[in-house]
Design a binder for this molecule. Structure first.
Ligand code: OGA
Ligand code: MN
Length: 288
C-alpha cells in the first residue's frame, strides 16, 4: 500500500493515508516529514499505538521535550515521563489524570513562554466524547502572507512577549503568581514574524492573547495591534476544524500553527496522550 498525502485545507493540514505507524519504513517516514513541513499539521487516522509506539514515532522527529507545567504540574502516565496527558477524567481520589479539563482551550501555540519552545506537539486519541472537544488549527504562514500591509508595518522588526502565567484552559500554571500585567508575568520574548527554519517561509508567532504585549508600544496601543492580529489570523480561510475519531494521531508545527479546543460535556470522558519534540533553535526573526 502506498502513502498518500491529502491536504485538508489550503492554509493548514494534510491527512496521510496508507500508513501503519507501528511499521514505518524510512521512505514512508520521509514522506510524512515532508508533508509535515509542507502543511504544518498532519493527521493519521485509525492508528493503534501503545505509549511505547507513540514515543518511538515521536523520537523519529528528534529529541523529546519534557511536558509543559500545567495547572497540576506535569502529569504523565506512570513510567512515561515524556508523555503528557490531556484529559478531564478523574482518578479514584477525584483528581484529574491530565490537564485542560473539559472547558474551552483558547487559541495558542504550545509552550511559547519558553525561550526555546518545542518544534512540534502530537496528540493521540484514546477516548473521545460523543460530541464537542473538536480541535481547531490555524495556518500562521498563510495568515502571515495575507497580512494587510498597514498591520504588518506595525509589527515588523518587533518582538512579542509570551505569557507563562496561564495555560490555554485559563488555569494558573503550578507555582506561578497570578498577574494580568504582561511586564510582571514570567515569559519569553520572540520576534512577531519568524522565519521557519525548514522552509524559510514567514510565519506570524502570537502564542496566546492573554498577557501578550508588543514591544515598543504603550499597553493600549499594543492591545489594539494584538486585537487586529488575532481577528486576522482566526478568519475561516486560515482554519481547519478537526473532529476526532478514536485512533487519530495529529501532529502540528508550533512555529507555523496555533490551535484551540472546543469545550465538551464534563460528564463524558476525553483522554489524549501527547508528546512534544524539543526545539532545535530559538525562534528567529524573518528579515524581509
Ligand atoms: C495540547 C492542546 C488541545 C486538545 O495538547 O497542547 O492544546 O484538543 N490540546 O486536547
Ligand atoms: Mn496546546
Amino acid at each position: 500500500m502506498s502513502v498518500t498525502v491529502r491536504p485538508v485545507t489550503s492554509a493548514v493540514g494534510a491527512e496521510i493515508l496508507g500508513v501503519d505507524l507501528r511499521k514505518l519504513s524510512d521512505q514512508d517516514f520521509n514522506t510524512i516529514e515532508q508533508a509535515w513541513y509542507a502543511h504544518s499539521m498532519i493527521l493519521l487516522r485509525g492508528q493503534q499505538l501503545s505509549d511505547d509506539d507513540l514515543l518511538a514515532f515521536s523520537r523519529r522527529f528528534g529529541e523529546l521535550d519534557p511536558p509543559p507545567n500545567q495547572e497540576r504540574g506535569r502529569i504523565s502516565p506512570p513510567g512515561y515521563p515524556d508523555i503528557y496527558v490531556v484529559s478531564n477524567v478523574l482518578d479514584k481520589k477525584g483528581e484529574p489524570i491530565g490537564a485542560l479539563g473539559a472547558g474551552e482551550a483558547v487559541w495558542h501555540t504550545d509552550m511559547s513562554y519558553l525561550d526555546t519552545p518545542p518544534d512540534a506537539s502530537m496528540l493521540f486519541s484514546l477516548e473521545i466524547p460523543p460530541s464537542g472537544g473538536n480541535t481547531w488549527f490555524c495556518g500562521m504562514q498563510a495568515a502571515c502572507d495575507a497580512l494587510p500591509a498597514d498591520l504588518k508595518k506595525k509589527i515588523e522588526g518587533r518582538r512579542i512577549k509570551h505569557d507563562g502565567t496561564y495555560n490555554s484552559g485559563g488555569y494558573l500554571r503550578k507555582g506561578v503568581t497570578p498577574t494580568d500585567d504582561p511586564m510582571a508575568a514570567p515569559g519569553a520574548w520572540h520576534p512577531a514574524i519568524l522565519r521557519h527554519p525548514a522552509n524559510g517561509r514567514a510565519t506570524l508567532y502570537l502564542g496566546r492573547r492573554r498577557n501578550s504585549y508588543v514591544e515598543g508600544y504603550a499597553r493600549e496601543e499594543s492591545d489594539a495591534v494584538l486585537e487586529a492580529l488575532w481577528a486576522h489570523v482566526t478568519q475561516p480561510q486560515f482554519v481547519y476544524e478537526h473532529h476526532w475519531k478514536l485512533g487519530d494521531l495529529v501532529m502540528w508545527d508550533n512555529r507555523s500553527t496555533m490551535h484551540r479546543r472546543d469545550p465538551f460535556n464534563g460528564e463524558a470522558r476525553r483522554v489524549m496522550h501527547r508528546t512534544q519534540i524539543k526545539g532545535t533553535s530559538r525562534p528567529i526573526a524573518f528579515a524581509a
